[in-house]
Design a protein around this ligand. Sequence first.
Ligand SMILES: [Zn+2]
Length: 376
Amino acid sequence: MKRNLILEHRIAGSTCVLACLRDSALQCWARSSRGRRRSQPKTFVALALFSVIPLLGGCPRKELPPGDKPVSISVSSPSPSPAPIPTSFNGERALTHVKQQLEFGPRPPDTPELVKTRNYIVNELKSYGLTVSTDEFVANTPQGRKKMANIIAEIPGESSNVIIIASHYDTKFFKDLHFVGANDPGASVGTLLEIARVAASSSTKPKSTYRFVFFDGEEAFCEGWDDCGTPENPDHTYGSRQYAQELVDRHQAQNVQALILLDMMGYTKLELGRDTMSSRWLQNIIWQTGRELGYTKIFVDRPEGVGGDDHEPFLRAGIDSVDLIQLNDYSYWHTPEDTLDKISAESMKIVGETVLASLPRIAAHPSAGTRPSAAQ
Ligand SMILES: [Zn+2]
């Protein structure tokens, strides 16, 4: 899906430790995770379910070069009892959604196969009782003008605050390669649909509005993430840039407490490192929630450098965002081998349950929605 960062963590050990203690975890993380970008395709590359989820706090550890000691950083715990969501995520249902997408074949933007995928997603969301809309637009790409459409569905909350949960639904265009994208993005689409179904089935109105957004055109048309395009009109993230800009133009960005992006999180050998661009408080809640659910080996503290994804336009718009992604050790990334046998219902369930349990905690967190709006 995207390029990778070489994770060169040139952390000046003690300096960073002190800085971490002094500053916020996010600031330190940003300093420590600067890496050198390169385009290098392929190299990177339960305990029982609770119907009531307990509260949490967070305590991240940074991955340091050999010889450096990990640093624990305390983060504030969300306060009192957010409304629980029953976690009845069905991994098999999510897997069925993936199978259906793969039956459509490769699904690049502005193809009949992606239209079929879009219709499938829309019909599923409607069947959960959600109001669904599509936001159609035309994007200028290296292959000319392409018709694209984001899909949006919403569960109204008690307040005007919004939490967006998102995935892209296009597959990368390849001229001479049959790429079906079971993990990229089949698994995240299937998981997002199942999250929407479970959330829609709750009898309790959520505190914040939950919005499910499926982005068109995340993938670059050219082979590499930065091979084509310009800084003003890059060859990737067409749908997410369109949607984030709409939020800004409509003065709605300030109502968005968080964006949770799912992307490549269905691998049978699931392990999620911490995306280095993500908002730390948000990531902490999700990591801590996953661990409380027993997924300590899934939500790990090593950094995951992805170099760019659909959360980037939201971060630029001043919206705190997190990317749940396993890129660097998924060797089937952007290959014909990104097929159904590489993903599992269990992996999707782990992520789905964790996201569902995290939502009320995010809504109640004091950091939610406090990020000053960035340059627009
Ligand atoms: Zn991709």
